[in-house]
Design a protein around this ligand. Structure first.
Ligand code: SF4
Length: 234
């Protein structure tokens, strides 16, 4: 999505235009004010997976829909928070077969976990497939600059590529947030204008595979639940 006052920045702003979005879960373990999706907020991913399996994309359903599709250039895996899905490594492997470039959209707190053992399989799938970790860094997501520094250091150490997605409503807000992460090179930054209506959301060119395993032309099957909310492409 282009920045409306892009020329004011005096530089080209990186944008993000996926061909395919794969929505792997409607659950999240954060509760950001302004989140567009009526996600279930769950601290314990094991419990929510057991109690609300309908909130998680089944790998069989994903396989069915992917096998009917022609390959795409860019796919983006997202949620909710996709890392709550216990089969995310397999999902990454499956999507990577059908897309040249795969992004994993995340709030990235898991990359600061003291006990990283539960995430070793995920890290392996990311590395094996050259998946790009797309980290939300803006006022809504509330990740601190020092936390982002720690996370990006970790990713660099493991030779994992990443992008920092800044979603803000105005150019001034963007500049303010961008100034907090000056240690990140411009080429790694994606600006996403905060949308206030469905029309302003980035539309994947092929569509979205929702948590029910349906390929839809719309961005998110839950969007209409709360259209009055201020929405962001998280
Ligand atoms: S904005 Fe992202 S991280 Fe925050 S509650 Fe929504 S899905 Fe979770």
């Amino acid at each position: 999505m282009a920045l409306s006052a892009e020329e004011d920045l005096g530089a080209t702003v990186n944008t993000f235009q996926p061909d395919l979005i794969v929505e792997v879960t409607g659950a999240c373990n954060r509760a950001c004010s302004g989140c567009y999706a009526p996600n279930v907020v769950a601290k314990d991913s094991t419990e929510v997976f057991a109690k609300r399996p309908e909130l998680f994309l089944k790998t069989e359903a994903l396989n069915d829909v992917l096998s009917e599709m022609v390959p795409v250039e860019i796919a983006s895996i997202r949620g909710g928070e996709p890392t709550l899905h216990p089969e995310l490594p397999s999902i990454i492997n499956m999507v990577a077969i059908r897309a040249k470039e795969v992004f994993l959209e995340t709030h990235a707190r898991w990359l600061m976990e003291e006990n990283f053992i539960p995430y070793l399989g995920l890290l392996k799938a990311i590395k094996d497939n050259g998946t790009i970790v797309k980290i939300s860094f803006d006022k809504m997501h509330g990740l601190k600059a020092e936390e982002l520094q720690r996370i990006t250091h970790f990713l660099n150490w493991h030779d994992v590529d990443f992008r920092i997605a800044i979603t803000e409503p105005t150019l001034a807000d963007y500049m303010e947030t961008r100034s907090l992460c000056g240690f990140i090179k411009d080429e790694k930054i994606i600006y996403q204008s905060m949308a206030i209506s469905a029309d302003e959301l980035v539309k994947p060119t092929v569509g979205t595979i929702n948590v029910r395993g349906e390929l839809k032309a719309t961005l998110n099957h839950k969007f209409n639940v709360a259209p009055e909310l201020r929405v962001a492409y998280a």
